[in-house]
Design a protein around this ligand. Structure first.
Ligand SMILES: O=P(O)(O)OC[C@H]1O[C@](O)(CO)[C@@H](O)[C@@H]1O
Ligand SMILES: O=C[C@H](O)[C@H](O)COP(=O)(O)O
Length: 955
C-alpha cells in the first residue's frame, strides 16, 4: 500500500454530468454536513482531501484509532517523519504516534479552515480521539484531551471522548473549558440524553462573557454496528424457530429507528427556555453526528445509512466507500430523519416483543466499542514500535518453536494484551506481581533515557581513563555490580587497552592470580557496590588499597580508585574520605541485577573505551520497542517473558542457554537476573548456562532452550535443529552486531519482570541470599569454619562431608565412587544438579567441572548447573535455596594453594571463602536440600580425581 492513500476508494467524479446536483452537496442543502471518516498522510499530501472539501462538499473529517492503524500501520508514508523524530530523540511509541497524528490532524485542520471560516466556526472540524486505553478514567481522559487540544492548537479541532460513564463527566468539564468535543461511541438514546445534558451544563459552566459560538460539539451516534448486532440476534431467533417473516422485517431497521428517536430528543433538548438562554449568548446546538454509516451488511444498499438519516443540523461521517456511493447514486431528501416516527417506535416495540433487549445490546456495544478501539490501538502502536525498531537500526530477530506449549503461550500473549499488563508494568502497578514493594524497583525501565542524558559525563570519564594511560583497570564487585561489566568486556572490549579485569571471588588463589598480573602504580580500581556494604568488594578494596598505598603512598592512593555506589552508602563515605578519583551514583530504585544500563554497566563500559553513544542508542531502541504502548505481540521483552513464565509453569523451568561464540558470556549475567528474580517461595526458573552440548536425546522434558546468536556465527545449530522435532521449546534470538548487546540486556530485563508476574512472585527481592551471608558472618565471628565433623568418606586427598540427613543416604559407601553414586542416585525427573565450587575460577577448573556436568547430565537426564563460589551466591544461589526444592548439590571446596591475608582484618581470604562455603551449605541443608560437600586437599589433583569418580559412578 506504500505511496497510495490508505483505504480511499476513488470517487468517480468525472463520470457524472456537470449539470447533475452532487448528492453530497445536496445533503448540505438539507442541513446535513457530510464529513469524511478517514484520515491519512497520503490523503492530505496528494491533495485529495482538499479536492473533496473544495469541490465535493465535504465539511469535516473524523479519525479514530482504527483509522490511524490503517493509515500508519500499513504504509511507508510516515517513515520520513518517524526517522526525524527518532533522530530528535523521540522514542516513546505514544509520543511518536502523537507527533505523526498531530501532523495529519493539523494539516487536515488547515485544509478545512476555509469551511470553518465560511461557516463562522459552525463547521470544518477535524476530530482526534483520546487514547482508548483511558476510556474508563475521567481524570486521565481530561489530561489527555487537554494535552491534545493544546498541542494540536487549532480552533477547528475536536477532541473525541467516548460516552462511557467515566467519559461523560470529562466531556462536561472539557466543554466548560471551551474545548471542542466530539462525543464518540454513542449507541443508546439514554446515553445521548446524558451527553446532551453534559454539553448544556458544560456551556453553562463557561464565564458569563464567554463567546459561546466559539465552542462546538457533536454527539456521534453509531448506526451500522447496532444493526450488525441486532441482525445477528434476529438470525439466532430465526434459527431457533422464531417467526421468520416478522423477525426478518426488523433487519436493517433498528439502528435507523433508534437514530430517529435520538433526533426527536435532540429537537426537544435544544429548544425551550434553558437552551434559549444559551442560544442568546451565541451557543450552537450540539449536532447529532451519524457515525458508523458504512453498511457492514453488503446486502443493504450502500447509501442506506445516509439517505435515511438526513436531518437539519446534523452530520454524517462516511467512510470513503460510502462517500463514493452517495456521490454516485445517493438520493437524499429533506428531513428523512423526521419521517414516520410512529413506525420507528413500532420497530423498537416489535424488537422488544421478539425478546431482544436493545438496552443490553447498546450497553454491550459500548463496552465492545472501547475494546475494539483499544485493540486497534494495540495494533497501531505495535506497528509503530516495529517501524521504529526497523528504522533505528537492526532489531533482534526472534524465532519461536514452542511445540505443544505454543497454544498456552499464545493464550497468555492475548491475555496480557487484552488486560493491558504491559501498560500496568510501566505504570508501576505492583498488583501485576505480588502487590508488595515492586513499584519501588522499576527505575531501570527508563535507564536508557537516563543514560542518554548522562552521556557527556560518561564520555568525559572514558576520555580521562584513556588520557591517564592506565595499563589495567580492575572492577571489584559482586553479582549485579560486576556480571554486566564482564559481558561488556567479553562482547565489546575483548583485548582492549587498558586491560580490564574483574574480581568477584574471595578464593585466595583467584585474588593471588590477579594480583600477580597488576602493577599497582599503573592500575585503576573501580569499586562497585550498590549497597556499599557487601563484604567481598570491601575486602577486595582493602587488599588493593593497601597495595596501592605501599606503591604510590597514601596521598596518591585515592586517585587510583573510583566508586560506583548508591548515595549515602558506607562506600561513598569511604570514597570521599580517601579522595577517590570519582564517585558515580547508583539509583535507589534500581536493584543490582537490573543495573547494567545504569552506571554499574556504563562506567565500566566507559573505562573499557566502548562506544557509549552507539551502546546507549541501542538501549534506547530496546526501551522503545518494549515500551508501555508496545503491546505483547510486538514487544520482544513481553513476548520472551510471557513465554519463559508460561513454559516454567508448564514444568519447563530449566532455562538452558546456548550461545554463539561472541555471546557466550551473556548467560552468566542472564543467570543472575533470572535466577535471583524468579527463584523464590518454591517457584522459579533455573538457568543452565555453559553446560557442554549433549546429544538431543540427553535433554529432559523440563528444558526450555534459549539460543543467542550473533549473525553469521553458529550456536550448536545441528543440535538445535534436532531438539525441535522432539518437542522441546526453543527460542532463538539473533543479533546483527555485538553492539546490540544493549538490546539484549534490556529485553531480558523486561522479560524477567514479565515472567515474574506470570509466576506471581516479586522479581525484585532476594529473600534467601541473606541467610547464607548471616551464617558465614557468624562463622567468621566464631573464628572461621572448621571441619570438626567426621567425614563420611576420606581417601586419595578427598574428603566428603554431609549432615546427618544426607549422610544417611551415603551410609555404607566405601569409595568416593560409591558416595557419588548414592548421592546422584537421588536425582529424579525434573530435578537438577548443581556443582558449586568455592575454588579459583579459571579455564582448567571449568573444563574439569564441565566434564563432570556432561557425565552427570548424560547419565541422569537432569540439567546440570555450575557455579563458582562465592560468585554464584550473588546470582543463582537465591534460586538454589529459595526456588523449587528440586536441586541436588555437590559443593566443592579446596585448600588454597597460597592463602592471602586481608589487610587490617586479622583473617585471610582463605578463611572467608571457607566460611562462605560452610554458610551456604548450612542453609541448603537447613532447607532439606540434597547436598554434600567434597573437600580437595589439592585443587588440581582433586578435581581430576573427582571427575574420574563421577564418570565411574554414573557409568
Ligand atoms: O552491589 P552490591 O550491593 O554490592 O550487591 C551485589 C550483589 O549482591 C546481591 O545483593 C545479593 O546477592 C545481588 O543482588 C547484588 O547484585
Ligand atoms: O467517528 C466515527 C467513528 O469512529 C466511525 O464512524 C466508526 O465506524 P465503524 O463502526 O465503521 O468503525
Amino acid at each position: 500500500m506504500a505511496g497510495q492513500t490508505a483505504g480511499l476508494i476513488p470517487v468517480p467524479f468525472l463520470a457524472l454530468s456537470e449539470q447533475m446536483m452532487n448528492p453530497l452537496k445536496e445533503l448540505g442543502k438539507y442541513g446535513q454536513a457530510p464529513w469524511l471518516d478517514n484520515l491519512g498522510r497520503g490523503l492530505v499530501r496528494s491533495g485529495e482531501l482538499a479536492k473533496l472539501v473544495n469541490e465535493e462538499g465535504i465539511k469535516g473529517v473524523t479519525s479514530n484509532p482504527a483509522i490511524f492503524e490503517k493509515s500508519m500501520g500499513h504504509s511507508d508514508e510516515y517513515n520520513e517523519e518517524i526517522r526525524s523524530l527518532l533522530d530528535a530523540g523521540v522514542v516513546e511509541i505514544g509520543e511518536v504516534f502523537n507527533n505523526l497524528a498531530f501532523t495529519d490532524i493539523r494539516s487536515a485542520c488547515d485544509v478545512l479552515k476555509t469551511v470553518y471560516d465560511e461557516t463562522k466556526g459552525g463547521d470544518g472540524f477535524v476530530s482526534m480521539e483520546c487514547n482508548p486505553y483511558l476510556a474508563n478514567d475521567t481524570e486521565a481522559t481530561l489530561t489527555e484531551a487537554r494535552h491534545l487540544w493544546k498541542t494540536i492548537d487549532r480552533k477547528n479541532v475536536m477532541i473525541k471522548v467516548p460516552a462511557t460513564d467515566a467519559g461523560i463527566p470529562a466531556i462536561r468539564t472539557l466543554l466548560s473549558e471551551g474545548i471542542n468535543v466530539n462525543v464518540t461511541l454513542l449507541f443508546a438514546t439514554e446515553y445521548y440524553r446524558k451527553v446532551a445534558e453534559a454539553y448544556i451544563a458544560g456551556l453553562e459552566g463557561l464565564p458569563k462573557d464567554y463567546d459561546l459560538s466559539t465552542v462546538s460539539s457533536v454527539a456521534s451516534f453509531f448506526i451500522s454496528r447496532i444493526d450488525s448486532k441486532i441482525d445477528g440476534a434476529l438470525d439466532k431467533l430465526i434459527a431457533n424457530g422464531g417467526d421468520k417473516a416478522k423477525l426478518e422485517a426488523l433487519k436493517g431497521k433498528v439502528a435507523i429507528a433508534n437514530a430517529k428517536l435520538a433526533y426527536r430528543d435532540y429537537e426537544k433538548i435544544f429548544s425551550g427556555p434553558r437552551w434559549e438562554k444559551l442560544a442568546k449568548r451565541g451557543a450552537r446546538p450540539q449536532r447529532l453526528l451519524w457515525a458508523s454509516t458504512g453498511t457492514k451488511n453488503k446486502a443493504y444498499p450502500d447509501t442506506l445509512y445516509v439517505d435515511t438519516l438526513v436531518g437539519d443540523n446534523t452530520v454524517n461521517t462516511m467512510p470513503p466507500a460510502t462517500v463514493a456511493a452517495e456521490r454516485d447514486h445517493g438520493k437524499p431528501t429533506a428531513n428523512a430523519i423526521k419521517e414516520d416516527l410512529k413506525g420507528a417506535e413500532k420497530i423498537l416495540r416489535d424488537l422488544a416483543a421478539a425478546g431482544i433487549n436493545l438496552d443490553e445490546i447498546t450497553d454491550t456495544l459500548l463496552v465492545e466499542g472501547v475494546d475494539l478501539f483499544a485493540v486497534a490501538a494495540d495494533q497501531l502502536y505495535g506497528a509503530i514500535a516495529g517501524k521504529c525498531d526497523e528504522l533505528t537500526g537492526k532489531k533482534l530477530r526472534m524465532t519461536w518453536s514452542l511445540g505443544v506449549d505454543k497454544e498456552a503461550v499464545d493464550g497468555w500473549v492475548k491475555t496480557w494484551t487484552k488486560k493491558g499488563y504491559i501498560r500496568s508494568l510501566w505504570a508501576q502497578d505492583k498488583t501485576i506481581w505480588t502487590n508488595s514493594d515492586e513499584d519501588k524497583w522499576l527505575g531501570w525501565l527508563d535507564a536508557p533515557t537516563t543514560a542518554k542524558a548522562n552521556l557527556a559525563q560518561l564520555e568525559a570519564f572514558s576520555a580521562k581513563v584513556k588520557a591517564e594511560g592506565w595499563t589495567d583497570v580492575v572492577l571489584l564487585g559482586m553479582g549485579g555490580s560486576s556480571l554486566g561489566a564482564e559481558v561488556l568486556r567479553e562482547v565489546l572490549a575483548k583485548n582492549g587497552t587498558p586491560k580490564f579485569h574483574i574480581l568477584d571471588s574471595t578464593s585466595p588463589d583467584e585474588v593471588g592470580t590477579l594480583n600477580a598480573k597488576l602493577d599497582p602504580a599503573k592500575t585503576l580500581f573501580i569499586v562497585a557496590s550498590k549497597s556499599g556494604s557487601t563484604l567481598e568488594p570491601n575486602l577486595f578494596k582493602d587488599f588493593f588499597y593497601d597495595r596501592v598505598v605501599s606503591t604510590v603512598g597514601k596521598d596518591k592512593a585515592g586517585s587510583h580508585f573510583v566508586a560506583i555506589t548508591d548515595p549515602g552508602s558506607s562506600l561513598e563515605k569511604d570514597a570521599k574520605a580517601e579522595g577517590f578519583a570519582a564517585i558515580f551514583e547508583g539509583k535507589k530504585n534500581i536493584g543490582g541485577r537490573y543495573s547494567v544500563l545504569s552506571n554499574f554497566g556504563l562506567v565500566p563500559a566507559a573505562a573499557m573505551g566502548i562506544d557509549l553513544k552507539a551502546f546507549v542508542h541501542n538501549a534506547l531502541a530496546a526501551e522503545a520497542a518494549c515500551g508501555p504502548l508496545s503491546p505483547p505481540p510486538t514487544n520482544p521483552g513481553a513476548q520472551l517473558g510471557i513465554a519463559l513464565g508460561t513454559l516454567a509453569r508448564a514444568g519447563k523451568n530449566k532455562l538452558t542457554i546456548f550461545a554463539s561464540k561472541s555471546l557466550e558470556s551473556f548467560g552468566a549475567w542472564a543467570e543472575q537476573l533470572i535466577a535471583e528474580s524468579t527463584g523464590k517461595h518454591g517457584k522459579g526458573i533455573i538457568p543452565v548456562d555453559g553446560e557442554p552440548a549433549g546429544s538431543a536425546a540427553s535433554y529432559g522434558q523440563d528444558r526450555t532452550f534459549v539460543v543467542l546468536k550473533l549473525k553469521g556465527e553458529e550456536a550448536r545449530d545441528a543440535l538445535v535443529t534436532a531438539l525441535k522435532p522432539l518437542g522441546h521449546p526453543v527460542i532463538e534470538i539473533e543479533v546483527d552486531e555485538p553492539m546490540q548487546l544493549a538490546r539484549l540486556y534490556y529485553v531480558f530485563e523486561i522479560a524477567t519482570a514479565v515472567a515474574g508476574a506470570a509466576l506471581q512472585i516479586n522479581p525484585f527481592d532476594q529473600p534467601d541470599v541473606e541467610a547464607a551471608k548471616v551464617k558465614a558472618r557468624a562463622l567468621m565471628e566464631a573464628g572461621g569454619a572448621k571441619d570438626t565433623d567426621k567425614p563420611v568418606f576420606q581417601g586419595g586427598g578427598v574428603s566428603v562431608y554431609a549432615d546427618a540427613a544426607n549422610a544417611k543416604t551415603l551410609a555404607g559407601a566405601k569409595s568416593l565412587e560409591d558416595v557419588l553414586k548414592a548421592h546422584f542416585k537421588r536425582v529424579g525427573r525434573n530435578d537438577y544438579v548443581a556443582l558449586v565450587a568455592f575454588i579459583e575460577r579459571n579455564a582448567e577448573h571449568a573444563a574439569e567441572l564441565d566434564a563432570m556436568r556432561a557425565a552427570l547430565r548424560d547419565a541422569t537426564g537432569a540439567a546440570v548447573c555450575l557455579g563458582f563460589g562465592p560468585r554464584f551466591l550473588h546470582s543463582t544461589g537465591q534460586a538454589y535455596k529459595g526456588g523449587p526444592a528440586t536441586g541436588v548439590f555437590l559443593q566443592v571446596t579446596a585448600a588454597p594453594v597460597h592463602d592471602v591475608a586481608v589487610p587490617g582484618r586479622g583473617y585471610s581470604f582463605g578463611a572467608v571463602v571457607a566460611a562462605q562455603a560452610a554458610g551456604d551449605l548450612g542453609v541448603l541443608v537447613e532447607r532439606g536440600r540434597r547436598a554434600v560437600r567434597v573437600h580437595l586437599d589439592n585443587v588440581d589433583q582433586g578435581l581430576a580425581t573427582l571427575r574420574g569418580a563421577i564418570e565411574a559412578a554414573v557409568k
